[in-house]
Design a binder for this molecule. Structure first.
Ligand SMILES: [Zn+2]
Length: 335
């Protein structure tokens, strides 16, 4: 259940210096075309294709600089074909942030594909980051929170230290099921894929997966760092939840106090503004978080980072993976 392995000092370098809880902040840089595809809409206008990197990434860099947060950005490899995108991501690296692999083309059914197709896509992003930016990624996040035996095997073959794809949240799963069912009833097709319900049974805190059953504990060469969910209800403690409602945000942050590790996942879209960034009206209509003014979303995320940085060590996911590899779990601070 919810039992991380406690690492006792003095063996743990971080715990030797800190009794604070651990947190990571990561941002999936899904291009806007992912969202139009989810909602069955036409692809975005050419001028908007890279709006997430061009407009949202600089806002995240500004936000993180204010709170001295070193984050992890998960990059879609094909975005690196554009020189301007490479320059923006190079700025992130220069500011001390980690870049991770978020697949090359962001196919929502990646985990369901044949092993050779998975390898080709994951390796393409890996090579793009390495050859075009000089970054060797250490971790992976799958499109759509999915995982499979073949995908885990590919990640091990490439030599990744961690995966951070799973979101073991029943409320999120049920909400997604509802949206997909409603779209099907209206005859609209979504590119989104319902993940395996087995993912809902994975431990909520970092663990070493079983290569044959990635949602359970085992002896894989990498570690799984599940995206944060609250104890009990398993509400998704992600950017979308935090920006939608102030009451929900405060509830989630309070509930997460019981966790020794907060793997806060956000999306580039969390810092886009419908008006400022001229987003398509039909997309904004279908996506409630895009109806929240940019200033309010910024404030929600800034308040969250201010609160987290008061009593957490916030480090990139690769450093969390190092701690889990070294000690078999997250150090649980004494209260
Ligand atoms: Zn994504």
């Amino acid at each position: 259940m919810d039992k991380p392995t406690a690492c006792a000092p003095p063996g743990c370098p971080r715990s030797a210096q800190s009794r604070r809880r651990l947190a990571s902040v990561s941002v999936d840089l899904d291009p806007i075309g992912c969202y139009t595809a989810i909602h069955g809409l036409a692809p975005p206008a050419e001028a908007l294709r890279h709006v997430v990197l061009e407009r949202a990434l600089p806002r995240f860099l500004d936000l993180f600089a204010r709170y001295k947060v070193r984050a992890t950005f998960f990059v879609v490899g094909s975005d690196l074909e554009v020189a301007g995108n490479r320059a923006l991501l190079a700025e992130a690296v220069a500011a001390g942030h980690e870049l991770g692999n978020h697949s090359h083309t962001h196919p929502y059914d990646l985990a369901r594909r044949e092993r050779a197709a998975i390898l080709q896509d994951v390796r393409a992003c890996h090579e793009a980051l390495r050859s075009l930016l000089g970054v060797v990624p250490r971790g992976f996040r799958s499109p759509g929170y999915d995982m499979s035996v073949c995908l885990l095997d590919v990640l091990q073959e490439i030599g990744y230290r961690y995966d951070s794809s799973l979101l073991p949240s029943w409320p999120y799963y049920v909400a997604k099921l509802g949206v997909l069912a409603a779209m099907a009833l209206r005859g609209r097709t979504s590119r989104a894929v319902l993940t395996s319900p087995a993912a809902l049974l994975c431990p909520p805190l970092p663990y070493r997966p079983d290569p044959q059953r990635p949602h359970r504990r085992g002896q894989a060469t990498l570690v799984e760092l599940p995206v944060a969910t609250t104890p009990g209800m398993r509400l998704p403690a992600i950017g979308t939840t935090l920006v939608l409602s102030e009451r929900l945000r405060l509830h989630v942050l309070e509930a997460m106090q019981a966790r020794p590790f907060f793997n806060l996942e956000m999306h580039g879209m969390d810092l886009l503004g419908a008006q400022q960034d001229h987003l398509p009206a039909d997309l904004v209509r279908r996506q409630p978080d895009l109806q929240v003014p940019l200033a309010a979303k910024w404030q929600a995320l800034a308040s969250t980072l201010e609160r987290l940085s008061a009593d957490h060590d916030i480090v990139p996911l690769r450093e969390v993976a190092d701690e889990v590899h070294r000690h078999g779990g997250i150090f649980r601070p004494r209260s």
